[in-house]
Design a binder for this molecule. Structure first.
Ligand code: COA
Ligand code: AMP
Length: 631
């Protein structure tokens, strides 16, 4: 008889070393680990210390050697260019081995950093896997970020090389990457030695002699190289994510524990069997892309879909159903915002009826809370379990989910179900005491975190401690608030910090404020995330102008919007701003962003006891009304 969820969960908590040691037996090691869990440096824990393995070997070569060279590894489906490309595991191994050779020919070896700035094309995966093959640490930067954000990442991780494409394609817009890249290198103090540029047919990038190398030429001159055995603790990648300041956090994923955890999740959470098609409709620039476009499905010998398109407009709201039908997708993973976009354009599901999606077994949603409307619509229309699951860049895989491969538990609206095996959760009040079932508090995880999570922040060990371990000793502070009900179901309600979630993308209001404050006419500002029907939240800025500024407010707002787009990128989706006379503050000077948000969202709010001057809130309400909020 198979074990129930309860039994498996209990064992993972009571005997984590036995549990994860067993999971580790399912992947290839050049050298077995000395200890499953090394706690000698708590709260920094290390999994599988002493072991040696290679992610690329486990994700690609292992399957080829086991006789699956002809199975499809990648299907690239690009409704934007109207092209498709299918790559078998055998072809992928060959392409990755040669590109790894091209990197090695530039002197790149284990431990060197490589930034990858590419859109949703197979070459992005080839570049990532090639780094993993030789132990270079990749850092993928999302294409929707501007040069300045890229420069910050270049200075933080100091790459020896940058691998880029000539362009990305958004509906109706071609984004030339090379000028953005050149500007970023100009802005950065650290200068990479080389840029390897993949020329897409849509744009020929101009190359800088001596520094830039054409991808095809590099590949033509390279000899394939083999996978390098790496320490389990060696970093596989750095992925930058928003913190509360303009300086992003470099989340590190290590080699050994990442393989073990992601491999485990493919069957146990997503119920995927080798040979089946898995589709994470996200972007390689996000953690979902790292874990479930690239590494997870390839470790599990699935076929992964690399989709260059949008849920709507490429060309219509039926594109998801077309891809599911055409490629026989078994599990789809995307963000609720994608479904809200489809629902808005095709509420009756007319496009869905034109396709046979009967092969689909489940829809997984993450990136933001799945609202009950979206859950119901998707469930009614698709007729498969719709599973909300909660995770973060830091965790690399889900903290809470309904584990389809173990036992499908009843679905409760608004909840990502229960903690997954490996995760022991608690809800604490501000003093660190557990709260009663159903009461809201900080969502925390008992240490150690399971394998596959982040062992550290790049160059910022102390920041890791300060951000995640210091407030509640013995726990990892997720930065989310919520509650656990009497059945053990977790409800994630909001962030406890200044991070907001726009179309499933994590943004720092602090980073946007830093850009706005740099405008010469802005004396101070506050950015809040206001509720949005499509994107979940949108950033909205309240600007206080310097005294004596008598320019047209509309001009200043237009410049501020342009500045955020230029400095952070279009992905910030910053378009809403109002000029206000003053900002509401506590007597100690803290801006009352939480109250501003409640007013903007027209939620119930209480006058904060510590407010300096209550009248300001009326002024803020009036300003928000002009933007269509606080109605
Ligand atoms: N490169 C360059 N620009 C990009 C980009 C990229 N890779 N991705 C997005 N952008 C741009 C968009 O073109 C848009 O620009 P605009 O202001 O000129 O219109 C801006 O960044 C904001 O993008 P986004 O918030 O994604 O809005 P959208 O209107 O383009 O699309 C959705 C809305 C809901 C369809 C879209 O967000 C979506 O498909 N989301 C899926 C969820 C997802 O991928 N989540 C990731 C985590 S799982
Ligand atoms: P990111 O690191 O970009 O993946 O963003 C992580 C944050 O997104 C979390 O801390 C949550 O605030 C939010 N989030 C992700 N998934 C969910 C979910 N299923 N329910 C609620 N919030 C979520």
């Amino acid at each position: 008889m198979t074990d129930t969820f309860e039994e498996i969960y209990r064992r993972s908590i009571d005997d984590p070393e036995g549990f994860w040691g067993e999971a580790a037996e399912l992947v290839h090691w050049y050298r077995r680990w000395d200890t499953v869990l090394d706690d000698s440096d708590a709260p920094y824990y290390r999994w599988f210390a002493g072991g040696q393995t290679n992610v690329c070997y486990n994700a690609v070569d292992r399957h080829v050697e086991a006789g699956h060279a002809d199975q499809l590894a990648i299907i690239h489906d690009s409704p934007i260019t109207g092209t498709q490309q299918k790559i078998t595991y055998g072809e992928l191994r060959d392409r990755v081995a040669v590109f790894a050779g091209a990197l090695a020919a530039q002197g790149i070896s284990a431990g060197d950093r490589v930034i990858i700035y590419m859109p949703m094309i197979p070459e992005a995966l080839v570049a990532m896997l090639a780094c993993a093959r030789i132990g270079a640490v990749h850092s993928v930067v999302f294409g929707g970020f501007a040069s300045n954000e890229l420069a910050v990442r270049i200075d933080d991780c100091k790459p020896r090389a940058i691998v880029a494409a000539s362009c990305g394609l958004e509906p109706g817009r071609t984004i030339e990457y090379k000028p953005l890249l050149d500007k970023a290198i100009e802005l950065a103090d650290h200068k990479p030695e080389h840029c390897i540029v993949f020329q897409r047919p849509q744009v020929q990038a101009e190359m800088s002699a001596g520094r830039d190398i054409d991808w095809n030429e590099a590949v033509a001159a390279a000899t394939p190289v083999d996978c390098v055995p790496l320490d389990a603790l060696a970093p596989l990648y750095i992925l930058y994510t928003s913190g509360t300041t303009g300086q992003p956090k470099g989340v590190v994923r290590d080699t050994g524990s990442g393989i073990v955890a992601l491999n485990w999740t493919m069957k146990n959470i997503y119920n995927m069997d080798p040979g089946e098609v898995f589709w994470a409709a996200s972007d390689v620039g996000w953690v979902v892309g790292h874990s479930y476009i690239v590494y997870g499905p390839l470790l599990g010998r699935n076929t992964t879909i690399v989709f260059e398109g949008k849920p709507v407009g490429t060309p219509d709201p039926g594109v998801f159903w077309r891809v599911i039908e055409e490629h026989d997708v078994k599990v789809l993973f995307t963000a609720p915002t994608a479904f809200r976009a489809i629902k808005k354009e095709d509420p009756g599901g007319v496009y869905l009826d034109r396709h046979d999606t009967s092969g689909l077994r489940a829809l997984f949603l993450a990136g933001e809370r799945t609202d009950p409307d979206t859950l119901q619509w998707a469930t009614d229309k698709m007729g498969v379990p719709v599973i909300d699951h909660w995770w973060q860049t830091e965790t690399g895989w889900s903290i809470c989910a309904n584990c389809l491969g173990i036992e499908l538990l009843p679905i409760k609206e608004g909840s990502p179900t229960r903690p997954v095996p490996g995760w022991a959760m608690a809800v604490l009040d501000d003093d660190g005491n557990p709260v009663a079932a159903g009461d809201i508090g900080s969502l925390v995880v008992e240490l150690p975190l399971p394998p596959g999570t982040f062992p550290t922040l790049w160059n910022a060990r102390q920041r890791m401690f300060d951000s995640y371990f210091s407030r509640f000793p013995g726990y990892y502070e997720t930065g989310d608030a919520g509650f656990i009900d009497g059945d053990g179901y977790v409800f994630v309600m909001s962030r406890t910090d200044d991070v907001i979630n726009v179309a499933g993308h994590r943004l720092s209001t602090g980073a946007i404020e830093e850009v706005l404050a740099a405008h010469p006419d802005v004396a101070e500002c506050a950015v809040i995330g206001v509720r949005d029907q499509l994107k979940g939240e949108l950033p909205l800025g309240c600007l206080v102008l310097s005294s004596g500024v008598d320019r047209d407010h509309a001009d200043i707002i237009r410049e501020c919007v342009g500045l955020v787009r230029e400095k952070i990128g279009p992905v910030a989706a910053f378009k809403l701003a109002a000029v206000v006379a003053r900002l509401p503050k506590t007597r100690s000077g803290k801006i009352l962003r939480g109250t501003m948000k409640k007013i903007a969202d027209s939620d119930e709010w209480k006058m904060p006891a510590t407010i300096d001057d209550p009248v300001i809130l009326d002024e803020i309400g009036a300003a928000l009304k002009t933007l269509g909020y606080a109605t």
